[in-house]
Design a protein around this ligand. Structure first.
Ligand code: ASP
Length: 344
């Protein structure tokens, strides 16, 4: 039987409310990972399970320190011959950011699957137990190897690169808007419909800790990853203000992601502030607030000439994760950074 480790970090999947009718006003991360595992005896028919509690937080409070801890812990668990795959239970709020951070930093081809829930564990028709069973099925399946970090939610399997939370309350709360899901999981059956094209896990240079398996040539870049640099996030809108850009520059941000309108277009006041930021050595990346689509380069020649990088299909939140890692790994030149956004 495959051996799967389930790492608990908190979230609504481990949430507890005073009554079964309550789906708001609960405490996220109240239950331990062993309580979650005990509630799903069917897990034992899919894999040999070990549980580990790494944190018990509401994922709105996710920190960079916890990301680093999670990535390093998973790398060491996955390096063991005793583990075939890992599942992470997480809150839905920042799940897509954690998933993409791990997608870029983990150095294993073994399946790593995040899952979560929209209803607390104590609720009527809680969605967590089935999501957990499906996530373990995905992590235990040999066909899941080499696909990067996955998210199993509401019977769909998504890539960490593409997935995003699309509903504040529906139990079908995640989607991969531009690319579609990678596959599906039903009653223990795991099926994939496509592969991830952008590079991930073992094929990125973002290594947090030197592992015994790492080639010597691949080790140097990555000792510089900590502390991760400050990257600001600003939005364009009617009547946009340059105040947040100036504040981030004054605070010493190494980069700024701008969630532009449409295909990453920018209010002229914001564009001017960002162009001045570039002149002061701050890296600026254009993403979009729209939620799907691509940041087209040929339509925004002025932005390209001003030295703004295109996030391509990455959301502003994931663009921030990639820029943080790229700058920490010593990438500075426009062409190198743009290539990173096109590659990862
Ligand atoms: N606030 C919760 C969290 O992200 C929401 C959830 O898990 O659905 O931890």
């Amino acid at each position: 039987m495959p051996r799967v480790v389930v790492v608990g970090t908190g979230g609504t999947i481990a949430g507890s409310a005073p009554t079964a009718a309550q789906t708001t006003g609960y405490q996220a991360g109240a239950l331990s990972v062993s309580q979650l595992l005990d509630a799903v005896p069917a897990l034992g028919t899919v894999a040999r399970i070990a549980g580990e509690q790494l944190a018990s937080i509401d994922s709105k409070d996710m920190s960079l320190a916890l990301w680093l801890q999670l990535s390093k812990r998973l790398d060491s668990l996955l390096a063991s011959d005793e583990i075939d795959g890992a599942v992470i239970t997480h809150g839905t709020d920042t799940l897509e950011e954690t998933a993409y951070f791990l997608h870029l930093t983990l150095k294993s081809a073994k399946p790593v699957v995040l899952t979560a829930a929209m209803r607390p564990a104590t609720a009527l028709s809680a969605d967590g137990p089935m999501n957990l069973l499906n996530a373990v099925s995905v992590a235990a399946a040999p066909v899941s190897h080499g696909r990067g970090v996955l998210v199993a939610f509401a019977n769909r399997i998504h890539s960490a690169r593409d997935v995003t939370k699309t509903s504040t309350f529906s139990i079908d709360a995640f989607d991969s808007p531009e690319a579609g899901p990678l596959g599906w999981v039903h009653d223990g059956r795991v099926e994939y419909g496509r592969r991830v094209e952008h590079r991930h896990t073992v094929a990125t240079p973002f290594r947090l800790a030197r592992s015994a398996a790492a080639p010597v040539t691949d080790a140097v870049l990555h000792d510089a990853l900590e502390p991760l640099p400050m990257i600001g996030l600003v939005t364009s809108y009617a009547g946009a203000s340059r105040v947040p850009v100036d504040a981030f520059v004054a605070a010493g941000a190494a980069g700024i992601i701008v969630a532009g309108t449409g295909s990453g277009s920018l209010h002229h006041d914001l564009q001017l502030a960002l162009a001045e930021a570039v002149e002061r050595g701050v890296i600026v990346v254009r993403a979009s607030r729209v939620g799907s689509g691509h940041i087209l380069r040929n339509g925004s020649a002025a932005d390209d000439r001003l030295g703004f990088i295109s996030a391509g299909t990455l959301s502003p939140y994931k663009a921030r994760v990639l820029l943080m890692l790229a700058l920490a790994a010593g990438m500075r030149e426009f062409d190198v950074l743009q290539a990173a956004f096109d590659t990862f």
